[in-house]
Write a protein that binds this ligand. Structure first.
Ligand code: TYD
Ligand code: MG
Length: 396
């Protein structure tokens, strides 16, 4: 038994600012981190790049259970990583050997790529089974705590509902980061969904290039790069991801349905929320959509979980339905209640600032989020109270 002794956690910057942001300011030394994502999304690439940087100050052991040393070396070549003295590689899947190697090499940071390939002799089941994945992760976590080493485990998100995927490990580790984004787009986003040493829901944004993952310094500009104002069904949302405001395009396609019930599909936001917003439009704006297929897409592969998306979704839907474009240089945010009222959201000022910075000149905000001072002379802030007013402002 002991008394409570507060120990300051020391952090090590990884040298990749977007990753440090997601980690809450850097790698907490002695912590165990799980990095999950679809196969081929870029987990090994990101971690190899990070470890290369980190190895200038830390001794790193990279254990690969999926690829041969040659394959990792090839990737390193492609990433222009020359192979620091302090970055050691090992191809191994047996935990006993791995622990021996850790004892010998005494690294400060260990990478396990991936946890699904590891096995312990303590269990009979095959590598990749839930029992093995769990047991290996527990053993490694204990090891990290005893010897005060940082362990980064990579985990594949399995297609079929996360059986033996990273989810079964979330409660064991200190921090959980997931890759978001679509493989066919160049964006790669990493979100923290759990962090014992920092804030969650922080988003790191990268672009996949032929030389690995590059940090994106101005993500809003990139997300809007293919945005054309001249088409109906498109609105600009100012969202807040962790500590950062971000502008993204929301697209809707509303079209006469030929089946009952009509199709409803949401990509990048919750489908139930979409249904709720459709009901609000019907009830409070008197627009009947019962015979319309409605598809909604948040451009760029980002997933928006906050209710501030509501107003942008409704405007995109109505714009598509009426086949009328929204006013130029318009960006919006705001939650919508079931009675059609527009509710305040967090971090209104930051959002407005970001939109102004990107050249937007009309910003519709919930009334309670109206700034005391005008952000700039050419910028009009529209304080919205209810949906009907916003619609008449936008379409009349
Ligand atoms: P990888 O890191 O192997 O994915 P994971 O470990 O998550 O399975 O990344 C695989 C993809 O990334 C692969 O399809 C090729 C692409 N890639 C690039 O586009 N540029 C690069 O420099 C590298 C190394 C990979
Ligand atoms: Mg990999």
């Amino acid at each position: 038994m002991t008394h409570i002794e507060a120990q300051d956690i020391s952090r090590q910057k990884t040298g990749i600012a977007e990753l440090d942001r997601v980690l809450g300011g850097g790698l907490a030394l002695g912590s165990v981190i799980l990095l999950g994502g679809d196969p081929g999304i870029g987990k090994s690439t990101l971690i190899l790049q990070t470890m290369d940087k980190l190895s200038s100050t830390q001794k790193v052991l990279y254990i690969t259970g999926e690829e041969s040393i040659q394959q990792v070396a090839l990737r390193a070549n492609r990433l222009l990583i020359t192979g620091q003295e302090n970055l050691r590689l090992m191809a191994e899947i047996g935990l006993t050997h791995i622990i021996q190697a850790i004892d010998q090499e005494k690294p400060q940071v260990v990478v396990i790529d991936s946890i699904q390939t590891m096995y312990t002799d303590l269990l009979q089941s095959a590598p990749g089974s839930v029992a093995q994945v769990r047991e290996c992760a527990s053993i490694l976590t204990r090891l990290a705590k005893q010897r005060h080493i940082t362990i980064i485990m990579i985990g594949h998100v399995t297609k079929d509902g996360n059986i033996a995927g990273p989810r079964v490990l979330e409660h064991i580790v200190d921090a959980v980061l997931y890759f978001e984004g679509e493989q066919h787009s160049n964006f790669r986003m990493i979100r923290s969904v759990k962090n014992r040493f920092g804030a969650v829901n922080e988003l790191g944004i990268f672009a996949m290039t032929d030389k690995g993952l590059k940090e994106v310094n101005n993500p809003s500009a990139l997300f809007l790069s293919s945005y054309r104002n001249s088409v109906p069904g498109s609105s600009i949302l100012i969202t807040q991801e962790g500590t950062r405001p971000l502008l993204v395009e929301v697209q809707a396609l509303v079209d006469q349905s030929h089946i009952m019930p009509p199709k409803r599909l949401a990509v990048g936001m919750d489908g139930y929320r979409l249904s709720m917003l459709i009901a609000i439009v019907q009830r409070h704006l008197g627009i009947s959509l019962y015979d319309q297929d409605i598809f909604l897409n948040v451009v760029g592969g980002i997933k928006i979980a906050e209710p501030a998306v509501d107003l942008a979704v409704i405007l995109a839907i109505i714009s598509s339905f009426k086949n009328k474009i929204l006013p130029e240089k318009l960006a919006v945010f705001g939650e919508i209640g079931l009675s059609g009222e527009i509710r305040a959201v967090q971090k209104g000022q930051e959002r407005i600032k970001e939109a102004v910075k990107l050249g937007f000149e009309k910003i519709i905000v919930p009334k309670a989020n109206t700034p005391k001072e005008k952000p700039a002379n050419n910028v009009e802030i529209i304080a919205a109270v209810d949906l009907a007013n916003v619609i008449s402002y936008c379409f009349n």
